[in-house]
Ligand binder design. Sequence first.
Ligand code: GRF
Length: 222
Amino acid sequence: MRERTGVKTLVNNDRKIRGAVLASGNGSNAENIVSFCQKHAETIEIPVIICDQPKAGIISKAEKLGVPCSVIPVMRVDNDTALSARAIQEKKVLDVLSSYNIDWIFLAGYMRIISVDFLSRFADQVLKINRVVNIHPSLLPAFPGKDSYQRAYDAKVKESGVTLHFVDAGVDTGSIIAQKKFTRIPDESFEDFKARGLALEYEVYREFLEQLSKGRINAAGN
Ligand code: GRF
């Protein structure tokens, strides 16, 4: 079992925290994050959302929330390698982040692996973490990767949950900030199982943002 973070550390909060949300899909977590920050606008703000999927639900949600959404897909051209197409996309994302002076990244169903170079731009030498946070729909280290609710449901787990963690170079391997569990109800549908997990995702992200906006963070630097 991975070491759990647990040390309350003061974030330098001389200025308002400026976060960006990165999302690829429906965007319910992104909406939750932005709504929270809009209610706490004196300490934390989300000036931009970035999406890599041109048809994602988050794009219309961002419009309703009044937050600019930069849509930056991976564009493969002839003679291009998949690797360079991904690097070009990431460079464009970094340019947008830097134009908005972003210092925290909140991943919310962003279905891309973040490169080491990208992470290094958000490395916090004091906290010894990358200022990149992700929500994962399982009790890590169980069910890392894709379709985690489905895999946990199919495995008939008695208990599942969600994990908020800092992002490192691995897939869902970064140090854990917080986890929340739910017990599986016998015979419940997959949709109900997932809906209960999603409600916990929103809760755990809001609790983290509340602490962060007060200058506190769980970061043991493991
Ligand atoms: C969430 O379950 C998240 O944990 C996972 O993808 C889903 C995204 O949902 N990585 P939404 O787009 O936030 O509604």
